[in-house]
Structures are given as structure tokens and as C-alpha cells.
Design a protein around this ligand. Structure first.
Ligand code: PMV
Length: 323
């Protein structure tokens, strides 16, 4: 039996990935760009070559759907793999649009390749993580990260690439948790429904590359008002495609709208704060480090919980405790 442990941090898209050009390979219809978060993480331990496949999630046996996704990724890594034991746990809410799949599959890809004795290049590791969950390809890297869509049918050129390290820019993501409940519509189902039924699909796809290019320049120049406007444009455009599917997908709850209004009021009062939302009701607010406490204080009365997170590091291996 060989063992490895990996830690990976979730990332929040500043320019969103929503929609696939290939569902089997998780190839995106749009490029995207994210910030990896510090502190929150997934820790995954892989034992390669045990007697029977086993998967625990947050200390309990994983549900069948999660376990199937985990073992599928391991079989992509090695079609003749032995039975594997996977223990994975998150320090933050799972499946609630708080990017737990991004850190989860990044940690799994890294731990599994190490435990299997099959280390990959950074690009190949990002490709493997992408097969588990698209956004996971970005969590292998720290700081600011772009996911290049690629062109190849086999997807080998569709992987993340670092744009700037975590210490490039002292910004914060203030996470306003409206509800930590599991989301009603998973991202894969939501993306497919959007592609199949939203009349805004073509506009979403054709407009996204420019947002990534502009966001990269704004990050390079540390231009927060420009980046903030792009972040809100991408999020509202994505949610507009969701709201116009048949039947419509609405991840927003009253608390989400309340948090969005708080962000507008902060801006009207001269505080640089910009909101983004994913496949869930929670609102993440980008701001300068110096404004984070003020932003958090304004959000606290309208949501269940507020957490200030800074740009975080790349995924890494931890040394297994001697057994
Ligand atoms: O990687 P998935 O399948 O969990 O999809 C992520 C989708 C969004 O979080 C809504 C956007 C993104 O780019 O992370």
C-alpha cells in the first residue's frame, strides 16, 4: 500500500465557467479566471493498493454519487488500478456553491497521482482534475489563475495556468453565506440546460473571452474598480443565462438579493466592493484588504455568516503520518 495526502484550496471564479462543449471530458464552452482562497481547504488521503475500494467524506461513508465520481477519476488516472481507499474532508460547507468541488478534485488528483507513483506535469495534473470537476483544474494553482479552454478534441490543452501569485495583490473575498444547504440543481445539469434552452447562450459564449482578457490586464495592473466591474458583469451575465432556461434555474434566495443590495449601498458610499455568485445562494464580495472589515460588517446583519478570505496558495502534498 502506498499513501499520499494532499491539501487544496477552493477557488472562486472572477470570470465564470458555465457551459460545456464536451460533457464527457468536461471541456468548457468559455474560458474563465479565478482567485484561489486561503484558509478554507480540502484534505484528501489516498491509500493505493488496499483490498477494496472505500471512500469516506467528512468522516462518514461517502454517498454513492460522490464515491462514483471519485473512483471514476482514479480509473481515468489508471485504468488497471488496484482498489483504493480515499478519505476526504472539507473545512467549509460542501456542495453549497462554495466551490468545494474545486478543492475536492484538485486534492484528489494530486494525492492519487502521488500515491500511485505517477507524478504528472502541472498541465497534465490540471487536465486530470478537470475531468473530476471543471473548476478543479484551477485549484492546483494559487493566487490568480486562468483556465484556457483549449481547442483539441481530447482536451489535453484545456487546463489552468497561473496569472499572478497570491502575494501579487492584497485583495479579499468576503464570503457571505446565505445558506449552507446543498444546492438543488447541480452545475452539470444546470450548464446543460442553459446550453440547450437559454436564448442568451450564444451571447454568453461570445462575450466571455473578452472578459477574461480584460480581467487579466486589470489583475496585472492591480486595478480593482476595473476588475470589480468585470467580476459583476460575468456573474450577472451567467445568472441571466440561468434565469432564462426552461424551466428557469434560480439559485438566489432573499438573503442573496439583500447581500447584493448591501454591496451596491457600499459602492454608493464610496467603498470598492463587487459581488459574484456561483451555483448557489451565497454571495462573495471582492474588495481591497483595507475595506474587508467594513464590507463584512455591512453584510453581517443580512446573512447567516461572513468570512473574510485572502488569496491562497497552490495545492500541495502533506507528509503522511507514520503508521
Ligand atoms: O466545476 P463545476 O462543475 O463545479 O462548475 C463551476 C461553476 C461555477 O462555480 C458556477 C463557475 C466557476 O467558474 O467556478
Amino acid at each position: 500500500v502506498t499513501e499520499a495526502i494532499a491539501i487544496a484550496h477552493p477557488n472562486i471564479a472572477l470570470v465564470k465557467y458555465w457551459g460545456k462543449r464536451d460533457t464527457a471530458l468536461n471541456l468548457p464552452a468559455v474560458p474563465s479566471l479565478s482567485m484561489t482562497l486561503a484558509r478554507w481547504h480540502t484534505r484528501t488521503r489516498v491509500l493505493w493498493g488496499v483490498e477494496v475500494d472505500r471512500c469516506t467524506f467528512n468522516g462518514a461513508p461517502a454517498d454513492a454519487e460522490t464515491a462514483a465520481k471519485v473512483f471514476k477519476l482514479l480509473s481515468i488516472l489508471d485504468a488497471d488500478r488496484p482498489p483504493v481507499e480515499v478519505e476526504t474532508a472539507n473545512t467549509f460547507p460542501s456542495g453549497a456553491g462554495l466551490a468545494s468541488s474545486s478543492s475536492g478534485f484538485a486534492a484528489l488528483a494530486l494525492a492519487a497521482t502521488a500515491a500511485a507513483g505517477r507524478p504528472l506535469t502541472p498541465a497534465a495534473l490540471s487536465v486530470l482534475a478537470r475531468r473530476g470537476s471543471g473548476s478543479a483544474c484551477r485549484s492546483l494553482y494559487g493566487g490568480f489563475v486562468a483556465w484556457r479552454m483549449g481547442e483539441r478534441a481530447d482536451g489535453l490543452d484545456s487546463h489552468a495556468e497561473p496569472i499572478a501569485p497570491a502575494d501579487h495583490w492584497d485583495v479579499r473575498m468576503v464570503v457571505a453565506t446565505v445558506s449552507a444547504a446543498r444546492k438543488p440543481t447541480g452545475s452539470t445539469v444546470g450548464m446543460e440546460r442553459t446550453r440547450a434552452t437559454s436564448p442568451y447562450w450564444d451571447a454568453w459564449v461570445s462575450g466571455s473571452p473578452a472578459l477574461v482578457t480584460q480581467a487579466e490586464a486589470a489583475i496585472r495592473d492591480r486595478d480593482l474598480p476595473t476588475l470589480g466591474a468585470i467580476v459583476e458583469a460575468s456573474s450577472f451575465r451567467m445568472h441571466a443565462t440561468m434565469h432564462t432556461t426552461e424551466p428557469p434555474i434560480l439559485y438566489w434566495l432573499p438573503g442573496s438579493v439583500a447581500a447584493l443590495q448591501v454591496v451596491r449601498e457600499l459602492r454608493a458610499a464610496g467603498v470598492g466592493a463587487w459581488a459574484t455568485m456561483d451555483a448557489g445562494p451565497n454571495v462573495k464580495v471582492l474588495c481591497a484588504a483595507a475595506d474587508a472589515e467594513r464590507v463584512a460588517a455591512a453584510l453581517r446583519p443580512v446573512v447567516a455568516e461572513v468570512t473574510i478570505l485572502e488569496p491562497g496558495p497552490a495545492a500541495s502534498l502533506a507528509s503522511p503520518v507514520a503508521r
